[in-house]
Design a protein around this ligand. Sequence first.
Ligand SMILES: NC(=O)c1ccc[n+]([C@@H]2O[C@H](COP(=O)([O-])OP(=O)(O)OC[C@H]3O[C@@H](n4cnc5c(N)ncnc54)[C@H](OP(=O)(O)O)[C@@H]3O)[C@@H](O)[C@H]2O)c1
Length: 326
Amino acid sequence: MTRHAKAMRIHETGGPGVMRWEDVDLADPGPGQVVVRHTAVGLNYIDVNQRAGAYPLPALPVVLGMEGAGVVEEVGAGVADFAVGDRVSYCMVLGSYATRRTIAADRLIRLDDRTADETAAAATLQGLTARYLVRELYRVKPGDTVLVHAAAGGVGLLLCQWAKHLGATVLGTVGSAQKAALAAARGCDHPIPYREIDFAAAALDLTGGRGVDVVYDAVGRDTFARGLDALAERGWMVSYGQSSGPVPPLDTARLAAKALNVTRGGLRLFVRDPAYRAETAADLFGLIADGVLRVEINQRYPLAEAARAHADLEARRTTGSTILEP
Ligand SMILES: NC(=O)c1ccc[n+]([C@@H]2O[C@H](COP(=O)([O-])OP(=O)(O)OC[C@H]3O[C@@H](n4cnc5c(N)ncnc54)[C@H](OP(=O)(O)O)[C@@H]3O)[C@@H](O)[C@H]2O)c1
């Protein structure tokens, strides 16, 4: 049987205009696979980096997109954990910019009745990222002071809320007054307007000269070096992205005076194991359902207009999370 889908594909890397809304045929689900009909697709900065050619992709053409939510429509041989009609989400599996797709069942997260499809599509990737950042790479504890870059962004708003929930004082860089207000409403005690004032000087001021315990930095090139200046002795630089460009090479001698720690995280490692992923997703979606974390879906675009969504994300016009509607 041939199943049809519409998908946003690229045949070359480049600007948002390389995306094409095309008809694709789906193969039968093989052993261990299911067909998912998407009800909502998540937009993430990794999509921009992959589309632009900054992050590697398999052989082109490919369907973009690393996150989706929807309903299981068909199951292949040997799939025991999921059945037709189950509501699911997933992240870090390329190919979500499509009305439906085939996917390995062991990459899925089962959604409970308290989690809406849109919430899952907005927060599976960004929320599981925020979780490993505050609970694994550096474990935020009561009394910590943390600095979150792009605090009004998708991951940023979740990081602010989660760090606050864990008892930290939260500083966050923001690119506009509107973003400052949004971050402040979501756990950021001290939004720092980095276009007007130097963020490292502000962080040192706000901590009485001591510096912060941890910097969460996915801006990269523009912020990394100055972030080291903002850290307290034995503080942690947690790098996890490069919205402004790659982090320049680091001379570790630069870390000696304050005995700093530097790490770089990737979500792939933290969603690999199905049991661990189910446990961390339950933690994330439980905190959302309980109202501890609020997911701000501040933009919605038809999936067919993903190019416009990419342009807005790259131009820093978005806040919080963004949904693409299949
Ligand atoms: N390693 C991982 O596991 C992982 C997982 C998820 C996301 N990430 C990374 O986390 C970052 C945030 O992702 P997101 O999807 O939540 O995006 P986002 O933060 O909602 O959007 C990007 C924001 O970054 C700020 N920014 C600073 N310099 C920028 C520049 N030169 N170009 C564009 N934006 C710039 C802007 O906020 P201001 O206007 O306030 O500056 C912008 O709104 C990305 O770098 C992404 O790749 C990494």
